[in-house]
Design a protein around this ligand. Structure first.
Ligand SMILES: [Fe+2]
Ligand SMILES: [Fe+2]
Length: 173
C-alpha cells in the first residue's frame, strides 16, 4: 500500500469522511483537469441561462475560477514547459499564453456588456465558451504530454502544491 493511500485510510477512519488530503497529494494534471471540468460546466450554464441575475452570478464565478487557474498554471506549468529544450514544447507554452490572454480579454469585454440579456452578451458568452473549450482540449493534449514526458510523479505532486499556493496569491478584481 502506498503512503498516500495509507494516509487516506487513516483519515477516513478518523473522520468517517472520504474527503481526501487532496491539496498535498494530488497530481497537478488531475487538479487541472478537475478545474477544467468545473469552468466548462459554468460556461455551459452561462450560455444556457436567460436570466440577467443568474448570468451576472455565473460570470463572477467564471472569473473567480478562470483567472487564478490561468495565472497559476502559467507560473507552475507553462514556465517549466517553456524551459524545456524541445522546440514543440516551447510552441505549446507560447500558444497557451496567447490563448489565456485572448480568453481574459474576452472575459473583460463580457463584463462590460451591462445588458446581460442582450444578443451582444449572448454572443460574447458563446465566444468565451468556445475559446476556453478549444484551449482546454489543446492544453490537455499538447501541454499535458510535455508534462508527462518530462516530470515525474513526485514532481507533479510538488507542482500541485505550488499551483495551490500560487492561486491564493492571485487577486481577482
Ligand atoms: Fe488549464
Ligand atoms: Fe490553460
Amino acid at each position: 500500500m502506498q503512503v498516500i493511500d495509507r494516509i487516506e485510510e487513516q483519515y477516513k477512519k478518523a473522520t468517517g469522511s472520504s474527503a481526501k488530503t487532496d491539496v498535498e497529494d494530488m497530481d497537478i494534471l488531475d487538479k487541472l483537469g478537475k478545474e477544467h471540468d468545473e469552468v466548462q460546466a459554468l460556461l455551459g450554464q452561462l450560455v444556457e441561462s436567460e436570466k440577467a441575475a443568474e448570468r451576472t452570478r455565473l460570470l463572477k464565478q467564471i472569473k473567480a475560477a478562470l483567472v487564478p487557474h490561468t495565472k497559476a498554471e502559467q507560473k507552475v506549468v507553462y514556465d517549466r514547459v517553456l524551459k524545456l529544450k524541445d522546440k514543440d514544447a516551447k510552441i505549446d507554452g507560447n500558444e497557451g499564453y496567447l490563448e489565456h490572454e485572448i480568453a481574459e480579454r474576452t472575459l473583460t469585454q463580457l463584463g462590460k456588456i451591462s445588458n446581460r440579456t442582450s444578443p451582444e452578451f449572448s454572443a460574447a458568452a458563446k465566444v468565451l465558451k468556445e475559446l476556453v473549450n478549444h484551449h482546454i482540449q489543446e492544453e490537455e493534449n499538447a501541454i499535458w504530454s510535455d508534462v508527462k514526458d518530462n516530470f515525474s510523479d513526485q514532481d507533479r505532486i510538488a507542482m500541485n502544491r505550488e499551483f495551490e499556493a500560487a492561486k491564493k496569491r492571485v487577486k481577482v478584481a
